[in-house]
Design a protein around this ligand. Structure first.
Ligand code: IMP
Ligand code: MG
Length: 180
């Protein structure tokens, strides 16, 4: 508590810039190897904006030329717990039938968000679909979802930074830390 009676939150570094950059290069190498030809990266906003930006540039270094779209899903709001309901706030252009798509999110927690996005794309007859999460929290899973590419696997902690927020703060941090 500070003098004004509010709880002071702190961030304890978990993955520094170098660790993230190294892992993103490895993910891009795996992806470029696994996905032949042209593909579309669909990032889930807002959390994946920094990761997607780094990932597509790492894919370029691997010789891939992905197109990029973003889909915005409802957020956590101001707390650390999901409401359990996912809403679509912003869509991609709908004509994606037959396309090879990599769905990219910052964190997979209960699995609801990425499962929702995946079902939506499947209803539009995408071609092959891969899923990618920078951070996976498997112990929190409530909905089964196969992840094809995972950056880091962590336990049940709340993190922020590198695009990931806590109550809309800390997205600007270049590293990922645990919110205390
Ligand atoms: P899910 O739908 O429960 O899998 O939640 C996924 C979304 O919740 C992620 O894309 C994040 O936006 C958010 N989220 C889950 N865990 C955390 C966390 O530790 N910090 C910040 N946001 C989180
Ligand atoms: Mg998110």
């Amino acid at each position: 508590m500070d003098g004004k009676g509010s709880v002071v939150t702190g961030i304890v570094s978990l993955f520094d810039e170098e660790a993230i950059a190294g892992r993103v290069e490895e993910l891009a190498a795996d992806m470029a190897r696994a996905i032949p030809g042209d593909f579309l990266v669909v990032g889930l906003l807002k959390g994946s904006f920094v990761f997607a930006a780094d990932l597509v540039r790492a894919l370029d270094r691997q010789g891939a030329s992905p197109r990029v779209e973003f889909m915005r899903l409802s957020s956590y709001g101001l707390g650390k717990e999901s409401s359990g309901e996912v809403h679509l706030l912003g869509d991609i252009p709908t004509d994606i039938a037959g396309e090879a798509v990599v769905l990219v999110d910052d964190i997979v927690d209960t699995g609801r968000s990425i499962a929702y996005a995946r079902a939506l794309l499947e209803r539009r007859d995408v071609g092959r679909l891969w899923t990618c999460a920078l951070v996976d929290k498997p112990s929190r899973r409530e909905v089964e979802i196969g992840l094809d590419f995972v950056g880091f696997t962590i336990g049940d902690v709340f993190i922020a930074g590198y695009g990931i927020d806590f109550a809309e703060r800390y997205r600007h941090l270049p590293y990922i830390g645990v919110v205390e």
